[in-house]
Design a protein around this ligand. Sequence first.
Ligand code: AQP
Length: 336
Amino acid sequence: TPRIFSGVQPTGALTLGNYLGALKRFVEMQDNAGMETIYCIVDLHAITLWQEPESLRQAIRAVAAAYLASGLDPKKSIIFNQSQVSAHAELGWVCSCVVRLGWLNRMTQFKDKAGKHAEAASGGLYMYPALMAADILAYRATHVPVGEDQKQHLELARDIAAKFNNDFNVPDFFPLPEPMIGGPAPRVMSLRDGTKKMSKSDPSDMSRINLTDDADTIAAKIRKAKTDPEPLPETLEGLEGRPEARNLVGIMAALTDRTAEDVLAEFAGQGFGAFKPRLAEAAVAHLSPLTAEMNRLLADPAEIDRVLGDGAERADAIARPIMAEVFDVVGFLRSR
Ligand code: AQP
């Protein structure tokens, strides 16, 4: 059976991009009979950039609440935080020794996140893709749903798996994980700049819709979203060269489970003055029950911690025997 693995970083409130690009798809896969689904909150990844310890703890619970509120069910999926399963760190080290510096040097996300001060970036940020490969391989996961921004890291994970299999002469030891990019919104863009992805770490809060935003905030952010003065076109080609317009149409389509063509069929010829209030309505209708459920869950942190602890035990039960095989293959001596 296909085994799905994916994760989200607890680096702040989740955005509509994380929801449409990741969480909504996680739920669809969970509910697809015949797939085993493992969803992680990747706290080891989060500390590649500085996180205030207490905020990190809260952010882990908040991502867990977002998972559950979106419809992930701990009876159907394994839901846990990465640091509670030691296989991630252990295999992460092995993968760091398999990956080549030349491969890491090509990763565009490192360049984006390290910015102009790469010398001051953490070693972890640089090694991030090796840990991400380990996350997937520790379960021999076969499929990884991610947004488009993670495509390059997934290709690197495949390269690491192939090199491990080849170096140690264990063909098929790790399956090469398949990226699953696509879905209704593989790349939701910033509300302030249609050429940048919507990101929870963008300095401008107006650039994104957070899953914790209330209805008035969502409406205000959509009202102030950057657009152009042209009315909406009749066809998708008419959106070319209009990244902001394309983005808002895409968000509307994903929120209302329609194609972008269907959205244009309804709104062609109308300006953003008419479209934006309708988009805000759709966003609020979709997100406010989710936000309410998140808040309800967060009122009982002990219950969230229990769900994560239980998930970690089940994740560990899968990863532990795989790690024992890895240690043997690598040549580590284990005498206890
Ligand atoms: N704008 C987006 N559109 C579609 N999918 C997105 N994802 C993130 N942003 C968008 C997908 O969400 C999943 C979890 O992402 P992550 O938290 O692990 O890290 P990220 O990709 O770096 O996301 P952010 O929001 O930009 O976080 P920060 O700002 O902390 O780096 C992934 O599947 C991702 O593709």
